[in-house]
Design a protein around this ligand. Sequence first.
Ligand code: IPD
Ligand code: CA
Ligand code: CA
Length: 267
Amino acid sequence: MTYEHHHDVALRAARAAGQLIKDLWSGPLQIAEKGPRDLVTIADVRAQAAIKENIRQDFPDHAFLAEESDAELGAENHTSNFRWIVDPLDGTTNYTRHYPAVSVAIGLEVDGIPEVGVVYDPLLDNAFSGRRGIGAWLNGNPVHVRHTAELSQGILGTEWPREPELRAKNVALLEELMPQMFTMRSSGSAALSICYVACGWLDAYFHFSLQPWDVAAAAVIVEAAGGKVTNLEGEPWHIHGRSYLISNGHLHPQLATAVGYFLARHP
Ligand code: IPD
Ligand code: CA
Ligand code: CA
């Protein structure tokens, strides 16, 4: 299976959610705190409802793993080989400040294997997408990771965990890596940053604490663009892995070694 139709449905759903996110941008956002440093707005909830409705038009029996609570949306307990993993708005903190870096992330796993990913940036109208083993695209044009082979030429991305002890580790790891890198960036949307590795806009990325919906779609895209995804220990990734090291592939051995030394001293 090449999942072309599933890919196109995910794109359609992501664009519908992105339109809602744009439409609600300057209205009352109804911001609520669902946990420490963890916000939700009316846009998160409405975008998630739009994505499910859209996908169900073509695939009424598929299962979902989606970030926002389904209390108001009607919970469902479908069991299916197909499961959509949805972050309706990645970068909610940015959204509440009108900091213009947000995305919609929709992944599809089949029998537990992530096969399709779509990440849509509604503000720049950038649709990143990928199918495992087939290819990765930006607005339908093929994309590939950049061939940066030296850390000194590499741009590193990261975003911040919510947990204070993991933030301290982020700072310590950056302190160790940054003297070796060209520079670093932090967009506030993990899904977007990972897609930037796929396009060669960044060369590598790490995070200590991602949820399945932050990473499922973007990891498929960056691998299909020639990149490499592992956990911070350098082991194969899965959506519940929490920590991630993502790169253009060329920098992966050097970064994994540096992170390995770091983790031995910061268990
Ligand atoms: C968050 C963003 C952020 C990352 C957090 C995520 P949300 O997702 O991706 O960049 O550092 O770990 O939870 O809450 O905006 O969907
Ligand atoms: Ca997220
Ligand atoms: Ca989110």
